[in-house]
Ligand binder design. Structure first.
Ligand SMILES: NC(=O)c1ccc[n+]([C@@H]2O[C@H](COP(=O)([O-])OP(=O)(O)OC[C@H]3O[C@@H](n4cnc5c(N)ncnc54)[C@H](OP(=O)(O)O)[C@@H]3O)[C@@H](O)[C@H]2O)c1
Length: 376
């Protein structure tokens, strides 16, 4: 029988294998793996967003992902539109290359759907591309597109799940996110938006029942970081309620993804969510709602790999590099499951995964960092 998803048993075995000293490889820190939905997930995940759409970058990404898996990472994040489906194909390649050492059920593979993926490169005529690939095939209509590039109708999301599975040559996605749903709020009112989310969640519950995906969520950029009165704001409790209405208590809405880093600390600091009437920051609201938090852009797209102030470096353990310091901040934040770091370079994988051998920073550091006490 084919293996479709990461399992509790295989991810725990993966964790235990990397917790042991083998040859000259040092063991990973016991707090490097977190429990989420009975799975053991690495605190450092690999993201695949940035980079050119060329074969040199494909080769680099494939090597980086292979190295990441061999160093004890088991969370991979992607989307079909990342490098026009090239990133997903690199992941497929890396999974096949490591098949003899690592089974599919030990690795948590996440993708998204929402943006038009294109194929290997941007088309010269987007309307023609959409018509040929989605309208003529009956997947979506022109009026389903928002902003000329975003779609979250049930048929479109289902087609994107199939596309991701084909690109990676796997049988199931552990996690499928609706990609930046807030894009729709720029064009439709909140009532229409929530009706679309309910339809989308229904389709994702169907994909779960067909064992195409195991969990679903929303991956956002601004939605969870801004004030409730802003037009593209997202309420996490509303999403959770819609999922419960659509899928019952055992619904699959179990993850959110959002940016959080030393320069964008809102998700930990700003109480812009309400759970049962109590104002909470997004990370804490997610914890209360039983939803795991995956972090994008922990290095602010590379900008936090340099010029981190000395007082912050010291507070976070005087680590060797600024990139490690910035990642340590994110992976140590209480309530964070995984920091997804974009890494197309093998060298960056080696540097960042060295952090997985270190214990996370104590929660006290966060009080000190945000009160300014560390700079006294
Ligand atoms: N809305 C969304 O859904 C959304 C938005 C953004 C990101 N994401 C996800 O989150 C992942 C992470 O975000 P991101 O890739 O935008 O930004 P990021 O992780 O903050 O930064 C990635 C950049 O940092 C560089 N880097 C990594 N390790 C380094 C090190 N040790 N020293 C110096 N530079 C280093 C990478 O270079 P190399 O490539 O050369 O290794 C890359 O240019 C994405 O890949 C994607 O999977 C999701």
């Amino acid at each position: 029988m084919e293996i479709r998803f990461a399992t509790s048993k295989a991810t725990a075995a993966f964790r235990d294998r990397f917790a042991a000293v083998t040859g000259n490889r040092e063991k990973l820190s016991p707090d490097n793996f977190r429990q989420s939905n009975s799975l053991s997930l690495s605190s450092i995940g690999i993201g695949t967003y940035l980079g050119n759409w060329d074969s040199d970058t494909d080769k680099k990404y494939t090597e980086a992902i292979v190295e990441y898996l061999r160093l004890g990472g088991n969370v991979i994040d992607t989307a079909p539109n990342y490098r026009f489906q090239r990133s997903e194909r690199c992941i497929g390649e890396a999974l096949r290359e490591t098949k003899a050492e690592l089974t599919r059920d030990s690795i948590f593979v996440c993708s998204k759907g929402g943006y038009l993926p294109f194929d290997s490169e941007p088309p010269s005529d987007v309307a023609n591309y959409f018509e040929e690939n989605f309208v003529k095939t009956g997947v979506a209509k022109f009026e389903d597109l928002v902003g000329g590039s975003h779609c979250m109708t049930p048929g479109y999301l289902t087609s994107q799940i199939e596309q991701s599975l084909r690109n990676m040559k796997i049988d199931g996605l552990d996690l499928f996110y609706i990609h930046n749903p807030e894009s729709q709020l720029a064009e439709v009112d909140r009532y229409t938006f929530e009706a679309r989310i309910a339809k989308a969640f229904e389709a994702l519950e169907t994909a779960r029942s067909e064992a195409k995906i195991n969990f679903y969520g929303v991956a956002t950029w601004n939605g969870f970081r801004i004030a409730p009165d802003e037009s593209v704001y997202h309420s996490l409790e509303r999403f959770a309620n819609i999922a419960r209405q659509v899928g019952g208590e055992a619904n699959g809405f179990k993850f959110v993804q959002l940016p959080y880093n030393l320069a964008m600390p809102e998700a930990f600091l700003v109480p812009n969510q309400a759970v049962k009437g109590k104002a909470l920051p997004t990370i804490q609201a997610a914890e209360d709602l039983g939803i795991s938090v995956m972090i994008s852009a922990p290095l602010l797209q590379g900008q936090l790999a340099m010029n981190v102030p000395l007082n912050i470096r010291q507070a976070l353990g005087a680590l060797t590099t600024d990139a490690m310091t910035s990642l340590q901040f994110v992976r140590s934040t209480p309530g964070v499951t995984t920091a997804l770091v974009g890494m197309s370079s093998r060298e960056h994988v080696v540097e960042n995964m060295a952090l997985a051998r270190k214990r996370i920073a104590s929660p006290d550091v966060f009080g000190d960092l945000f009160s300014g006490r560390q700079s006294a």
